[in-house]
Design a protein around this ligand. Structure first.
Ligand code: ZN
Length: 57
Protein backbone atom coordinates (compact mmCIF):
# COMPACT_ATOMS: atom_id res chain seq x y z
CA UNK A 1 0.00 0.00 0.00
CA UNK A 2 1.12 3.54 -0.51
CA UNK A 3 0.75 6.81 1.25
CA UNK A 4 -2.39 7.83 3.01
CA UNK A 5 -2.89 11.40 4.17
CA UNK A 6 -3.88 10.30 7.64
CA UNK A 7 -1.85 7.15 8.06
CA UNK A 8 1.47 6.92 9.75
CA UNK A 9 3.92 6.35 6.96
CA UNK A 10 7.47 5.34 7.57
CA UNK A 11 9.94 4.94 4.82
CA UNK A 12 13.42 3.50 5.07
CA UNK A 13 15.84 3.48 2.18
CA UNK A 14 19.19 1.82 2.08
CA UNK A 15 21.71 4.14 0.51
CA UNK A 16 23.41 2.19 -2.30
CA UNK A 17 27.06 1.45 -1.75
CA UNK A 18 26.94 2.27 1.95
CA UNK A 19 25.80 0.77 5.22
CA UNK A 20 23.66 3.79 5.87
CA UNK A 21 19.92 3.62 6.28
CA UNK A 22 17.97 6.74 5.50
CA UNK A 23 14.58 6.95 7.12
CA UNK A 24 11.74 9.36 6.62
CA UNK A 25 9.06 9.63 9.26
CA UNK A 26 5.40 10.32 8.56
CA UNK A 27 5.99 13.77 10.05
CA UNK A 28 8.62 14.56 7.44
CA UNK A 29 11.62 14.26 9.73
CA UNK A 30 14.59 12.44 8.30
CA UNK A 31 17.23 10.38 10.01
CA UNK A 32 20.25 8.40 8.99
CA UNK A 33 21.70 5.45 10.86
CA UNK A 34 23.81 2.41 10.18
CA UNK A 35 21.90 0.30 12.66
CA UNK A 36 18.37 -0.83 11.70
CA UNK A 37 17.47 -1.11 15.37
CA UNK A 38 18.52 2.46 15.97
CA UNK A 39 16.48 3.50 12.98
CA UNK A 40 13.36 1.80 14.26
CA UNK A 41 13.86 3.19 17.73
CA UNK A 42 14.02 6.62 16.18
CA UNK A 43 10.91 5.94 14.11
CA UNK A 44 8.94 4.60 17.03
CA UNK A 45 10.21 7.32 19.31
CA UNK A 46 8.32 9.96 17.36
CA UNK A 47 8.10 12.82 18.14
CA UNK A 48 11.25 12.63 20.23
CA UNK A 49 14.26 13.52 18.13
CA UNK A 50 12.05 14.56 15.24
CA UNK A 51 12.50 18.10 14.09
CA UNK A 52 9.83 19.65 11.94
CA UNK A 53 11.03 20.75 8.57
CA UNK A 54 11.97 24.38 8.37
CA UNK A 55 12.56 24.74 12.09
CA UNK A 56 16.00 25.89 13.07
CA UNK A 57 15.47 25.45 16.78
ZN1 ZN B 1 8.24 11.91 13.25
Amino acid sequence: MSNSPTGEIYRIDWLPGTDVLHGTCHCGAEHSAQDPVEMWEWMLGHPEGHEPRGSAS
